[in-house]
Design a protein around this ligand. Structure first.
Ligand code: FES
Ligand code: FES
Length: 171
């Protein structure tokens, strides 16, 4: 066992963990059950969280690697009882069916929107194809991809496009 320090959703943690533990197991052991285990092998994205604002697959990420780092999960995106703009966009677009993929998708979208903002990308220049490529690591078994793209567009400040509703391929 070894002890690590990290921040999870802006709260400091000191945790004694098995050095073989995944970040997925560590977070779920802390009650953060939004972090889902789907495939457990880096294929589905259901376990996506942010480490220092970068989206990672928590099932493939050793818990020891987060020592000194900042972790964000979907639970922490709610501030003062208010959904984040990305969370609200998923609600508004009706982009949630069974919801299993949703926490991971929301964290991928959050990282994508923040990276676009940090790079001063003009939201109007970001195409649905850019969005689909950026979310290609997140699979939705309910296949609600059109509304997911709409949610990302709303998160970027783009108007919803009728074109999104004509596509059914994965992001
Ligand atoms: S559970 Fe981690 S990518 Fe599927
Ligand atoms: S909403 Fe069911 S897996 Fe995506």
């Amino acid at each position: 066992m070894l002890t690590i320090s990290c921040s999870i959703n802006d709260r400091p943690y000191e945790l004694t963990i098995d050095p073989r533990a995944s970040l997925l197991d560590m977070l779920r052991d802390q009650g953060l059950t939004s972090v889902k285990q789907g495939c457990g092998m880096g294929e589905c994205g259901a376990c996506t969280v942010l480490v220092d604002d970068v989206a990672v697959n928590a099932c493939l990420y050793l818990a020891t690697w987060v020592h000194g780092k900042r972790i964000r999960t979907v639970e922490g995106e709610v501030k003062n009882g208010q959904l984040s703009p990305v969370q609200q966009a998923y609600v508004d677009a009706g982009a949630v069916q069974c919801g299993f993929c949703t926490p991971g998708l929301i964290m991928t979208t959050t990282a994508f929107v923040e990276a676009c903002r940090d790079k001063f990308r003009n939201p109007e220049d970001i195409t649905p194809e850019d969005i689909r490529r950026a979310h290609a690591g997140n699979l939705c078994r309910c296949t609600g991809y059109d509304t997911i793209v709409q949610a990302v567009r709303q998160s970027l400040g783009q108007p919803a496009s009728a074109q999104d509703l004509t596509k059914s391929s994965p992001p």
